[in-house]
Design a binder for this molecule. Structure first.
Ligand SMILES: Nc1nc2c(ncn2[C@@H]2O[C@H](COP(=O)(O)OP(=O)(O)OP(=O)(O)O)[C@@H](O)[C@H]2O)c(=O)[nH]1
Length: 355
């Protein structure tokens, strides 16, 4: 039986950071992990962060819990047959409804030698608290709550972004949502690996339990929480992904919620200060962005990560050529407006010429 560890959690909460820890742990134990990675966009930037560390299959341009859910079992079996791993880690998109994933994995385990080991949910403590204390109950917040409820292990991450006293508040709220999960608070998803990544039989998830925990917390959680990506009709030329799942999948639950995913390929380097300024002034509905960019002022490519208002930029040395690209994700934002702003960046002149 190959244990399947599912990494769930809202956009930018720290799943890939956790995945790196998991890979290091399994390899340190002499085990062979494999990865199934799912991204909403058609470029897998997270994949390049763990590239080469373990066999990996990618499921791009859709969310495994819905548009490409049926492929999940097939991809898991392909991984299992091809690489004979000791454990498979599935990293979901940040908008995946975890119950759908649990269902898909348990379906797969009916016809192949796999078993769901655990659902580890990572949360951005700052974002959770801001959502929880806001008056508007956004759809993203409902999804985040479902991701928490579904976890067998739960990580309250990014505690460095909390003020004194706030962590306790988050812990109480989280406990109310999910009293069953083993819960820890971390920075950079740095968990006690033995406990969190264990693939021992006795540490296996109680799936039924999780299902009940969700059912207890709202009888129509699917229609409430399932986010649907949405194609901005004004923006067909700009690599928007139509992830609206209106295609008659059998047990798919529809709602009017939607996520926008927008991809922009840069044609040239951009001024760093204006790039940073753009991210500082993004609409609050854009929760997550990542990509690769070149700046006018410096040589080489940079990877940027924008997760709930925090921007990180790090130099990279890709082993093979990679595009300069930005992928932005959020709820109900205008993709055409963002596209316009990104394009304007590219028309900027070199700073030493313009100023
Ligand atoms: N301040 C702070 N930043 C963190 C922490 N953990 C992760 N990050 C940063 O948050 C950003 C997102 O982290 P990822 O691990 O890529 O998040 P993710 O959940 O895989 O993102 P998606 O796959 O896009 O949903 C990166 O810039 C990380 O460096 C933390 O504890 N504190």
């Amino acid at each position: 039986m190959i244990p399947i560890v599912v990494l769930s959690g809202f956009l930018g909460s720290g799943k890939t950071t956790l995945l790196q820890h998991a890979l290091a742990y399994y390899k340190g134990q002499g085990l062979k992990p494999a990865i199934l990675m799912n991204e909403l966009g058609d470029v897998n930037l997270d994949g390049s962060l763990v590239n080469g560390q373990a066999p990996m299959k990618e499921m791009l341009s859709g969310c495994i819990c819905c548009t490409i859910r049926e492929d999940l079992g097939v991809e898991l079996m392909n991984l299992a047959e091809e690489y004979k791993p000791d454990v498979i880690i599935v990293e979901c998109t940040g908008v995946a409804n975890p119950m759908e994933i649990v269902d898909a994995v348990t379906d797969a385990s009916m016809y192949s030698a796999m078993v769901l080991q655990s659902v580890i949910t990572v949360m951005d403590a700052r974002q959770f608290l801001d959502f929880a204390s806001g008056n508007v109950r956004s759809k993203s917040f409902r999804l985040m709550q479902d991701q928490l409820r579904c976890a067998s292990k739960l990580i309250i991450n990014k505690t460095d972004l909390l003020a004194a006293g706030e962590l306790q508040k988050v812990q109480v709220l989280v406990k109310e949502l999910n009293p069953y999960a083993l819960t820890v608070s971390t920075q950079r998803s740095d968990v006690e690996a033995d406990v969190f990544f264990s693939i021992q039989r006795e540490d296996r998830i109680d799936v039924l339990h999780s299902k009940e925990s969700i059912a207890d917390n709202g009888n129509d959680h699917h229609s409430e929480s399932h986010l649907h990506a949405h194609d901005d009709p004004a923006d067909h030329d700009h690599h928007n992904h139509d992830l609206d799942h209106d295609h008659g999948h059998r047990e798919h639950y529809h709602s009017y919620d939607h996520v926008v995913v927008h991809t922009h390929f840069f044609g040239q380097p951009v001024p760093r200060s204006r790039f940073e300024q753009l991210f500082r002034s993004l609409p609050a509905e854009i929760y997550r962005a990542k990509g690769i960019v070149r700046f006018l002022e410096t040589e080489g490519q940079m990877m940027f990560q924008f997760a709930y208002r925090e921007l990180e930029i790090i130099p990279i040395r890709p082993q093979k050529p990679v595009n300069d690209v930005a992928v932005l994700m959020g709820e109900n934002f205008s993709a055409s407006e963002i596209e316009e702003r990104l394009r304007t960046l590219e028309t900027a002149e070199k700073p030493w010429i313009s100023s």
